[in-house]
Design a protein around this ligand. Structure first.
Ligand SMILES: Cc1ncc(COP(=O)(O)O)c(C=O)c1O
Length: 407
């Protein structure tokens, strides 16, 4: 069942105000009950990899040059080799044609839908772009700039927080040019399994659309590495047609400010996209690509990064699960807490700020209202575990006390 359809036309204002601006409005003039602790941020706070400064200095002269839009052969090679190791691709990724550098995955997500629309030439006034709901706000911006109709599919716990693929209308899929999906999901932190990915790939080929698989949280997992869409394609014995995976160093290596990521997958799509990007998009600076080469060759810093997050999730589970049930997601660095018993998420966020000084994001601000007035984020708050352990533990203790007192 399609639960929400919203048409955004070129020239109209962007469909969503920024969740952080909405939160600022909600808390405007409110005084925090205790020393403030901000748990809203999705920006990694752990240390950057120890080699970053040396690699940047060794390649500093690269700032003089305009890089190629397709990146350096070393960059493409390092990414292809990492994908191969991580997903057991058996050499299927061709470094020269299957990888493109991006200024962070966000840049690729923004412009992917336009390229999909142009390449597919489905001869529709307003093709469809499918998004999960809640969603990373850039997906909606991508639908807007592609002059597409954004169709939002609720991601609910009953379906592992993934859009329900079995309920999609074939006519809608025929009009679709781009299907945006995050796995691990954001903000819930659940991972699509191989059969799910394979069902989506089959639909994309049958109905001719491109999948933009946002895997930027792929390395921030608890125990089991989330399966990737390229891995699923390989397991079907197929190539990577209709699949574009996006990832970056922002979460894996705590290098959000480096703005360095990649798109990989369908070589035909990427070749045409590179031509478009050669006119429209900024290239990735060579020193940033050099850091990426080193970062994709190193897993030690990623293992340490995961350990630090997992330590914090263990504290969250210990303090919160007696009150809320299990709280630890498969992956990512957010808690997505069902706090519906205590009220709708903006009211909960406001009370948490007023009484215990903990700033969290109301889930309803990360999702779109449905035509029937429902909102899949309404009963949830998002709590980021990015701060150091001690501070995170202090915030979680305050939250546990608040939940306990109001139980
Ligand atoms: C789900 C999701 N996708 C993509 C991004 C963009 O990441 P970047 O452009 O830094 O790779 C983010 C950043 O927060 C995100 O949360």
């Amino acid at each position: 069942m399609i639960v929400s359809q919203k048409a955004y036309r070129r020239g109209a204002s962007l469909p969503h105000s920024n969740p952080f601006q909405r939160l600022a409005g909600l808390l405007d003039g409110e005084t925090p009950g205790l020393d403030p602790i901000v748990m809203t941020i999705g920006e990694p706070q752990h240390a950057i990899p120890p080699f970053t400064a040396d690699v940047l200095m060794d390649n500093i002269d690269g700032f003089r040059r305009y890089p190629a839009i397709t990146g350096s052969p070393e960059f493409r090679g390092a990414v292809a080799a990492w994908l191969d190791r991580r997903y057991g691709l058996n050499g299927m990724i061709d470094a020269d044609h299957g990888v493109l550098p991006l200024n962070g995955s966000r840049e690729g997500l923004s412009f992917g839908a336009i390229a999909a629309r142009d390449q597919l030439a489905k001869d529709l006034d307003h093709p469809v772009v499918i998004l999960p709901n809640p969603f990373y706000q850039t997906y909606a911006a991508a639908a807007h700039v592609a002059d597409a109709q954004a169709v939002l599919l609720d991601a609910m716990p009953g379906n592992g927080f993934l859009p329900d693929l079995d309920s999609l209308d074939p006519d809608l899929l025929d009009r679709t040019v781009a299907f945006y999906i995050a796995s691990p999901t954001n903000p819930e932190g659940f991972a699509a399994d191989i059969p799910y990915w394979q069902r989506l790939i089959t639909l994309a080929r049958k109905h001719r659309f491109f999948i933009f698989a946002d895997e930027c949280y792929s390395e921030i997992y608890r125990e089991v590495p989330p399966p990737g869409i390229l891995e699923a394609a390989r397991a079907m014995g197929s190539d990577f047609s209709n699949i574009i995976v996006l990832n970056s160093l922002s979460k894996r290596s705590n290098l959000a400010g480096l703005r360095c990521g990649f798109a990989a997958g369908d070589p035909d799509f990427l070749k045409k996209w590179a031509r478009f990007r050669g006119l429209a998009a900024p290239q990735v600076p060579l020193p940033a690509q050099a850091v990426a080469v080193r970062a994709y060759q190193d897993e030690d810093h990623v293992i340490e990064n995961r350990r630090l997050y997992n330590e914090k999730f263990a504290v969250a589970e210990r303090l919160l699960s007696p009150l809320l049930g299990p709280v630890t997601p498969d992956a990512g660095f957010f808690l997505w807490l069902d706090t519906g018993r205590w009220g709708e998420s903006p009211a909960v966020a406001l009370d948490l700020w007023r009484t215990i000084g903990v700033k969290v994001l109301p889930g309803s601000y990360l999702a779109s209202d449905q035509p029937d007035g429902s909102n899949p984020g309404r009963n949830y708050i998002r709590v980021g575990l990015v701060a150091p352990l001690e501070k995170t533990e202090m915030a979680l203790e305050r939250l546990a006390n608040w939940f306990g007192e109001k139980a």
